[in-house]
Design a protein around this ligand. Structure first.
Ligand code: NAP
Length: 497
């Protein structure tokens, strides 16, 4: 089991004490960073551990190690010497060789964490360097290294694997390294460093409470199945919340992470070493992952995009739950528009539109594709036997013949383009079912306009939830639990228009 450490960077001891108080239930230890303290506070720093009543580590980092200490090395060591007699840990860097200081720290009951930082990259020889770091048995070796992209995960995972079973602190820095910090307990790091608590904690950089509530950090062990979503950007994905709540409600082991990725096929190659068994795939990788799949189903073949990859003995197998995710809310809310011969307009000709058109044509629905770039509308329509036009006056007029269902599948209307309505020139009759794939905001400008005209509306969050539930079944073999308050508007009455 790994530990949660919160670095403290407020300028006063009292401010730091208050931060600790608010996070106390989720913390195992705290790290007071003396280089960020107001100089007037330094004489009192010895009393901080008793002030907070938690094991504390003292650090005073130089800029080269990611800190702000601006004084002389002699001053820095005088500050670190105060760790003796109260602090459980003190951090001394690789290059510090000071037998007098080290002896007095040990005699004062303080354990030495021997560290090196690489703020630029993950060194290729990380495992060897970390193995040689500790000078004595009782020191804890620590490396904190910048992960610039998927390629840097290779030496980082090599170090975890090479030093398996040995006590170490190993932290991947930056957004590409965040997954190694969340998975500290599974990979074998003695502690992890939580993000400072903020007003809106991000799943990609969890604070102590989120590590506990969302990821069940203390329950993560060597055998915990890992799942996640790959994309770029990924910080605002709703999927970690949906999947992790499902595992928790069913009491099953499992953790689901957002993985920021810059090379999807390379990440699929490495992911099993992180314990990953299944991945959701989002923008911009739904096509890029195809190259890394050992097998794929008919939906992937037809749509030309994969949003779900499952790892098994034969490698990665791809499927596409966007198709089922799109259909499920319609089957519940407006099944009559899925009858053979029903007529639908699909706005957009990107990846999501391909899944929509495939799903509708398979149900026997006649489809008109409208797109800003008419040639892409023609290409998509040609593939599935649909009509097509540009997103212009002629296209809007053609909608009159395809209006049982109107599906919006472009990012227009999504934050930050909330005012955008790609078919603003079309006048709703009130009989259309209008389905917007955008899920943030819940009420897009298009859906608001449609509802005011008397149309029934279907919201993107329902598709998101349904495609996630289909993934959940594929990943775990269990049905997603019914959870009040889940993102789906079945559980969440739609907010005001
Ligand atoms: P994509 O492959 O990049 O395709 C984007 C499509 O939108 C293209 O047809 C593009 O037209 C069109 N477009 C972009 N900006 C536009 C604008 N301002 N006005 C009119 N058309 C515009 O993206 P995608 O993967 O299909 O995703 C599209 C949207 O669906 C995203 O907002 C995504 O979040 C949402 N989505 C939701 C779910 C869900 O579960 N709710 C699932 C998948 C996707 P051009 O061809 O002219 O560039």
């Amino acid at each position: 089991m790994s530990r949660v450490c919160l670095p403290l960077t407020a300028p006063t001891l009292e401010e730091n004490r208050r931060i600790v108080e608010a996070q106390r239930p989720y913390l195992d230890l705290v790290e007071l960073q003396a280089d960020t303290l107001d100089p007037a506070e330094l004489p009192s720093l010895g009393r901080f551990p008793s002030l907070v009543g938690l094991p504390a580590a003292l650090t005073a980092r130089r800029p080269a190690d990611g800190g702000r200490f601006g004084g002389s090395e002699a001053e820095r060591r005088r500050i670190l010497a105060r760790a003796a007699g109260g602090y459980a840990y003190v951090e001394l860097e690789e290059d510090v060789a000071d037998p007098v200081l080290e002896k007095s720290l040990r005699e004062g009951g303080c354990r030495i964490i021997r560290s090196f930082h690489d703020l630029e990259a993950t060194p290729a020889d990380l495992a060897g360097r970390l193995a040689r770091l500790a000078r004595r048995e009782d020191e804890i070796p620590k490396a904190a290294v910048m992960v610039r992209g998927v390629a840097d995960l290779e030496p980082l995972l090599g170090a975890f694997e090479g030093l398996e079973g040995r006590r170490k602190i190993l932290l991947g820095l930056g957004p590409f390294g965040a997954c190694t910090r969340i998975l500290a307990g599974r990979l074998g790091s003695w502690l992890t460093v939580a993000a400072p608590p903020g007003e809106e904690p991000a799943a990609a950089e969890p604070d102590p409470r989120l590590l506990h509530d969302l990821y069940r950090f203390k329950e993560l062990g060597r055998q915990t199945p890992v799942y996640g979503v790959i994309g770029n950007p990924i910080a605002h994905s709703r999927s970690p919340e949906i999947h992790n709540r499902g595992y928790q409600a069913l009491g099953m082991p499992g953790v689901y992470l957002p993985f920021l990725v810059d090379d999807a096929p390379a990440f699929l190659g490495l992911a099993p070493r992180l314990g990953v068994r299944g991945l959701s795939v989002t923008i911009p990788y739904k096509q890029a992952v195809l190259a890394a799949l050992a097998g794929r189903d008919e939906a992937v073949e037809a749509v030309g995009a994969c949003n779900t990859a499952i790892h098994g003995a034969g490698g990665w197998y791809g499927t596409n739950t966007d198709v089922e995710g799109f259909l499920a809310p319609l089957r519940r809310q407006a099944p009559e528009v899925l009858r053979p011969g029903a007529r639908a307009t699909v706005v957009g000709a990107g990846g999501a539109a391909r899944a929509v058109v495939y799903a509708l044509r398979r149900a026997g629905v006649e489809v008109l594709v409208l797109n800003r770039t008419p040639s892409r509308a023609a290409a998509l329509a040609g593939r599935f036997g649909a009509g097509h036009a540009g997103l212009d006056r002629r296209g809007l007029e053609a909608m009159a013949g395809y209006r049982d269902l109107v599906v919006q599948s472009t990012p227009a209307g999504m934050e930050p383009q909330e005012q955008s309505d790609p078919v603003a020139g079309y006048r709703f009759q009130g009989s259309e079912v209008v389905y917007d794939l955008v899920y943030r905001p819940h009420w897009t400008a298009l859906l608001r306009r449609a509802a005011r005209a008397g149309c029934r509306t279907v919201h993107g969050i329902d598709m998101l939830q349904a495609q996630a539930e289909a993934q959940f079944r594929l990943f775990t073999g269990s049905d997603y639990p019914h959870l009040p308050g889940a993102g789906d508007s079945r559980y969440n009455p739609p907010r005001q228009l």
